[in-house]
Design a protein around this ligand. Sequence first.
Ligand SMILES: Nc1ncnc2c1ncn2[C@@H]1O[C@H](COP(=O)(O)OP(=O)(O)OP(=O)(O)O)[C@@H](O)[C@H]1O
Length: 226
Amino acid sequence: MSAVLEARNIDKFFRKPVEYHVLKDISFVLPEGQFTSIIGKSGSGKSTLLYILSTMDTDYEGSLYLKGDLITGSSYKHLASLRNEYIGFVFQFHYLLLEFTVLDNVMLPALKLGVKSVEEIRYDAMEKLRMLHIDKLALKRASRISGGEKQRVAIARALINNPAILMGDEPTGNLDSYNSENVFQIFKQLREEEGLSLLVVTHDQDFAHRTDRILEMEDGRIINGN
Ligand SMILES: Nc1ncnc2c1ncn2[C@@H]1O[C@H](COP(=O)(O)OP(=O)(O)OP(=O)(O)O)[C@@H](O)[C@H]1O
């Protein structure tokens, strides 16, 4: 299996208010098509690591490879375009534009990428909504749908550019057990049917134990699963 993402010797320091060594020599490989979860106590560095892996945070030491290419040191603009093309991200909170329709929210990252026509993008967005069983909501305003539905729209939006990796920071953290299970099943289906690689930070032990691999963090290090 080839690596979709690889971290080599990642260290990170927060300098303020006092110097704090938050990530310590983190190395790991995310193979293509693997569903990996990252667990660990609060404050162990999970979110900090995920933000580096997703290219949103560039203030670190070490090297990051995306599909075999070194991306550490790339310009902000280049990283933004890599991110838009290869990495989908789902947060604990959906961050949808509530005044826009569900369909508009899902189309937005593809319009930003600017590769396809608006018609093609609308077609793709409807496909994603169908896959997540929320196509009936397409023309509703995002403010008018439930929390579980909003998270599914956020997943559809994260998938619109057919990313190589889907990352999530506590994507079920704000959902009840029914909707959490629903999100887990969607992720599993994406891995099984689309071959997507997934990397998810979670506090939910049950969720983590059903993924392919668990990376456990403690005090800024990976202590298990590598
Ligand atoms: N901007 C910052 N400046 C200084 N310290 C920070 C900053 N952001 C996070 N930290 C500290 O770094 C450590 C790791 O934070 P991080 O959010 O990565 O942990 P986490 O494992 O994701 O925790 P949680 O499970 O609570 O989300 C914590 O001790 C946190 O207080």
